[in-house]
Write a protein that binds this ligand. Structure first.
Ligand code: C5P
Length: 226
């Protein structure tokens, strides 16, 4: 890719996984490392974009040249994304967002008591940030990209999810032993709202990031030229 391909563009990437606190010491979380989102942020910097990386609980070092915003929960991630997306040309939701959060946060540590059954954990829905970003585009021609991890009927589930979320591109990963969560490698199919289908062979997350930006640049150029 040309080093100036995204020059003058502002892109926003979310990465990592949200943590939904139960009490001051415990949370509901997921296995996302942030590697794919960080690779996307680095690749966009290399293409000349102004990059905002909204990072949820990742242990990775800040990518040089990116503006990093750290968040914990899905609600915080939503706030940060809506703010950063206001003037963005492209928004990529690579973060693993908890669908649910505990209905109540205990301000003191939840204790076990002799002879007492544990209290059930009641969950409430988190906002669907990708669907919201897609429905309320902050800017004309803004490109919105989502990720989906599927274990079966990958393509059919991916198509349905693309339509439901309303995004332009959906990167569909098959969750497996050697790929996706916490690994260095990934394999995916990128589904486009225009019906396109781009397979990305098993390989480093950096390579997947490059292909995703190629596809985003194509959509951006189309909307700029028409
Ligand atoms: O619905 P599902 O979790 O499979 O969708 C995955 C995609 O939606 C990812 O891009 C993820 O970042 C995004 N998502 C979101 N808000 C949620 C759940 C998922 O933005 N509450």
């Amino acid at each position: 890719a040309a080093p100036d391909e995204l020059a003058g563009r502002h892109v926003v990437v979310s990465a990592g996984g949200t943590r939904e606190p139960l009490d001051p010491v415990r949370f509901l979380g997921n296995r996302s490392s942030g590697k794919q989102g960080y690779a996307l942020a680095r690749a966009a910097v290399a293409r000349g974009a102004k990059v905002t990386l909204v990072s949820a609980n990742s242990a990775l070092p800040d990518p040089a040249g990116a503006d990093v915003v750290r968040v914990g929960t899905a609600v915080q991630l939503r706030e940060a994304m809506l703010k950063a997306a206001a003037d963005a040309d492209a928004v990529v939701m690579a973060a693993a967002v908890a669908d649910f959060r505990p209905a109540v946060y205990a301000s003191g540590k939840i204790k076990k008591r002799d002879g007492q059954e544990p209290e059930p954990i009641v969950l409430v829905r988190n906002p669907d940030i990708l669907a919201e970003l897609s429905a309320d585009r902050a800017r004309l021609g803004q490109v919105v990209v989502g990720f989906a991890a599927e274990t079966d009927d990958v393509l059919a589930n991916g198509r349905a999810k693309l339509a439901r979320k309303g995004c332009d591109l959906l990167v569909v990963n098959e969750v497996g032993e050697r790929k996706t969560f916490g690994t260095e490698e990934n394999e995916a199919v990128v589904l486009g709202a225009d019906g396109s289908e781009t397979p990305i062979p098993y390989g480093p997350k950096e390579a997947l990031a490059e292909t995703v930006w190629d596809l985003i640049s194509r959509v951006l150029d189309q909307s700029t030229n028409t």
